[in-house]
Design a protein around this ligand. Sequence first.
Ligand code: AMP
Ligand code: TRP
Length: 331
Amino acid sequence: MQRVFSGIQPTGTPQLGNYLGAIRNWVALQQRYDCVFCLVDLHAITVSRTPAQLRGDTLTQAACLLASGIDPEKHILYNQSAVSAHTRLAWIFNCVTRLGWLNRMTQFKEKAGKDRENHSAGLYIYPSLMAADIHAFKATLVPVGDDQRQHLELANDIGEKFNHDYGVDFFPHIEGLIPAEAARVMSLRDGTKKMSKSDISAQSRIELTDSADEIRLKIRRAKTDSDAIPATIAELAERPEALNLLSIHAAIVGEKLENVVAHFSGQGFGHVKSALSDALIEKIVPIGDEARRLMNDEAYLVTVLRQGAEKARSIAEPIVDEAEKIVGFIR
Ligand code: AMP
Ligand code: TRP
């Protein structure tokens, strides 16, 4: 059976983009595949975090994933640093990856901005660790949002170069599973920016633990324009905020964007916002309630992660042992 692998950084509370771009699909994939879901704490320290933040965010993240429907009994949920296979393979991949490949990564350029010299080496080689995450499990299906497309291509380049350089057929080809709707949810304050857990404005995102009142207020305040909804998607091309709200609505109610646009055509944003708030509250608030309940039971969350790490080790360690033998390390 093909294996699914995906990861999320414990850097805050999961937001609606995480949910629609990734988590919701992870939950659905559990019906058909063996799945491994990883809280990528090694990735999280590529930018500075206090120990308390990292620990707290890792537990929050675990609670939100469980509350969303991740099943830690049938599948695997754990934190990355507990499984050393990730870093062992990442080092080998650091020596396979070419600097030119890393220099092309747009996420590094966006995160480092003009202050490139002051960022960690970890942030720069982040995509090589991500490739190791996936290949350490020989996973072939990787459900992610659109922003990870380039990293997945690189993971394939790295796997192929390893196979080529060592004359083996060891790491399989990886396929990204990127949703058709809402693969890139944008900020509620700026339709040209991605919704993100780390945006300084909490108004820019819906978090999975937001109350019904917070959701309603954030949607009411979301940036829009004063024009009515047009008849077709093409007419939304220059209206990023309008397109974003309608796309979120389509994704959350499970409709095609073109049908949602046709449905609201001719109406103002008051209608869209009120329908969207109702739909979000129905889906998100029960998840938040359950996550809060789980966050009160730290011992349970830690046990889930430890048991997950044990299962993850039993899959990843033999694969990375084998990769090390291929490289020529004496064991
Ligand atoms: P991160 O929060 O960067 O660790 O992302 C975890 C997962 O959520 C990845 O699969 C991302 O592609 C996805 N994701 C993050 N932000 C968004 C967004 N604004 N829209 C859609 N997917 C997203
Ligand atoms: N880089 C991903 C993100 O920021 C998180 C991630 C780390 C990941 N390792 C992964 C996603 C492996 C999929 C597979 O969203």
